[in-house]
Write a protein that binds this ligand. Sequence first.
Ligand SMILES: [Fe+2]
Ligand SMILES: [Fe+2]
Length: 367
Amino acid sequence: MQNQFHPEDVIEELDEVLEDLEETDLQDPAFEDEDVVLEAPPDSFIFKSSIFPVLIINRNFRIIYENPACHRLFTGFFKLEGNQLFDVFGKSFGLESIRDIRDTVLHGKNGFSWKGISRLKTREIETVETRVFLFPSEVNTRDPNEFVVLFDDVTEENKHLLRSVFMSLLEASKLKDNDTGQHITRVNYYSRKLSEELYHKPGYEHIDADFIDDIGFLASMHDVGKIGTPDDILNKEGPLSDWEWSVMQEHTKNGAYILSTYPNPMAKEIALSHHERWDGSGYPFQLVGDMIPLPARIVAIADVYDALRMKRSYKDALDHRSTVKKIKEESGTHFDPSLVEVFSAIADDFDAIYEEHKDIGTKNPNS
Ligand SMILES: [Fe+2]
Ligand SMILES: [Fe+2]
């Protein structure tokens, strides 16, 4: 019974500590730690080894200090210290937030405190999403001159939350169309590889690090709409009737509907348009050329490459060379010619992905 918890003892102990603190003269030289070298601003030293990324700004919104954690978080984006907060983070806050931050610092709105969200990105670096907390660095004043800006990096947390929901949808669709094996994983890898290559080509400046990361996840969703396709059509051995074929084609629209809540429209574009063809003979809307969204044109090559390489109940598997030949033959009819050109240059990488993520004894009658 020796270790029994007595709340009154804890309260008593706490009172003693508080009394001790009141009695301590904080200005006493004996209380100072000689090893601590203060840097301007004086408050910043406590943040030096903090795991929280922290900036200190003055009333003119100039960044007067960044701690090492903050430096690491935003490395590759820009230099922070010495710059104006809004010059650096202007685009990552919405206009409303910028007004709020101004009113917080200059006019003491909400007790000189603000919290919000910041999203920073460059072409080379994926979006960094942070919760931001701004509050005075001095507590014993009615008119603070310096403010702490504390960042909480929620990039991975939010991405994981979002993607796990859509992964569950994908898993649900696999319960119906469960013999696609590693097909969807490989389509992710091919699409990512092709996008990485396009990133360096003129004319594809809108492909950035986020695009590459997103297509590497969303390509796998291209057939998620099959969750709405009746089983007897989805699993039918042999050719589909005209009516069955038109029901099958609905998986593109169903997929777009299912993915319409995904924040990046790329998800919807891939599901809706991965069966469109460059010459306008595809479905569901017979889009022509670059009316077909780029992610869907990329996934079309990835999907067909993989489908050709797989053995199905109604066809044999093609080898890599024959598959590449077939895709080249369909340049300008089925596929975007400039994408086929890039594909041809890196076709060996497609083969390597196929070999590395090969299925063991799978079949899929219709795709
Ligand atoms: Fe499809
Ligand atoms: Fe597919």
